[in-house]
Design a protein around this ligand. Structure first.
Ligand code: UDP
Ligand code: MG
Length: 320
């Protein structure tokens, strides 16, 4: 039933497609990109909207996207809030039957959009792109990514598909669900997985970035990984109880051993190195656990302040 309705919407070109594109310092190729995207969407449906979210670009991106030949909807954030928040702002303002998220740097091929829609028409609620080629990335980055996915798999209850990014299509009901998430520290890939619903992956090849460079350096990715883990798992918090228990147990056994040895062979006080190592080891473990507590508390702090997730400096093309 549902599949029939969706298929006929798609066939009659009546499906309302929202395309949300976060942009940050993309002045060199943004016009080309929008032209390409418009062409692709126009071929698929008579009703579509492109929502560009300018994430506080420092170059002429905002100016350029406000004066495009075929106007698009523009949300200008008041400063750089980061891609996760930019996507959130876009999703909040999208009104389509389906919402497609994609990057503005040509890395996500527009040719995949019809494939996404086809799967949606067949009944999938979320269709995500799975990148095929990670070879272009460094050995270190690839392995850290693998370690990250492995850890997430082990310590959270959500199943995040490997090598799937933000490039995806979501049905209206998923978009509605995402709009109810009030959290400020956002890891979108986790939230997509958390909501559930019927989803599937579609392989695609990541293209070269059209121009400029990626904004995701090592530090920013690490920060994102910590956000991911702290917002979906309490294991790093709770593991210290277990570690403390094991260390106490070992100490107890060692204490019994020392008492016994002293009773049998008399007192003798060697073991200065053992003492130093034990103190340093315990000191290290305690600082580490406090540090991890701190990560969680910092995020609780951000949440309880209840600040708005983003502020808009302009909103163009939306009818009020
Ligand atoms: N982006 C953003 N805010 C940021 C950084 C990036 O909106 O703070 C956008 C950027 O314009 C692009 C997408 O997010 O459309 C992906 O960014 P990028 O190409 O730098 O990352 P990568 O492709 O390396 O993951
Ligand atoms: Mg990119």
């Amino acid at each position: 039933m549902l599949a029939d309705k969706r298929a006929s919407l798609l066939k009659n070109k009546e499906i309302f497609i929202s395309c949300v594109v976060p942009v940050y310092n993309e002045e060199n190729h943004i016009e080309d990109f929008i032209a390409t995207l418009q062409k692709t969407l126009a071929a698929l449906s008579d009703r579509y909207e492109i929502i560009l979210v300018d994430d506080g670009s420092r170059d002429k991106t905002l100016e350029k996207i406000r004066h495009l030949p075929h106007p698009v909807k523009v949300l200008g954030l008041s400063r750089n809030f980061g891609k996760e928040i930019a996507l959130t702002a876009g999703i909040d303002h999208a009104s389509g039957d389906v919402v497609i998220l994609m990057d503005a740097d040509f890395q996500h091929p527009v040719e995949i959009i019809p494939v996404f829609l086809q799967h949606w028409a067949e009944g999938q609620d979320m269709v995500y792109g799975v990148r095929q080629n990670r070879e272009s990335e460094s050995w270190l980055k690839r392995n850290l990514a693998n370690l990250f996915y492995w850890t997430m798999q082990k310590i959270t209850h959500i199943d995040i598909p490997e090598n799937a990014g933000d490039f995806r299509l979501m049905d209206r009901k998923i978009v509605d669900a995402l709009q109810t998430f009030p959290e400020r520290t956002r890891f979108m890939k986790g939230l997509y997985a958390w909501v559930g619903f019927k989803s599937m992956g579609v392989p695609f090849t990541v293209q070269e970035r059209a121009s400029g460079k990626s904004s995701w350096g090592f530090m920013r990715l690490t920060e994102l990984a910590i956000t991911a883990i702290t917002s979906f798992s309490a294991v790093p918090l709770r593991v210290w109880g277990f570690i403390g228990f094991v260390i106490s147990l070992i100490s107890l056994i060692y204490a019994i051993y020392i008492v016994t040895v002293t009773l049998i062979y008399g007192a003798d006080l060697p073991g200065f190195p053992t003492l130093v190592v034990a103190i340093m080891f315990l000191g290290g473990i305690q600082l580490l656990s406090i540090g991890i507590l701190g990560e969680y508390i910092a995020r609780i702090f951000t949440e309880v302040k209840q600040r708005p997730r983003y502020l808009l400096q302009c909103k163009v093309g939306f009818d009020e």
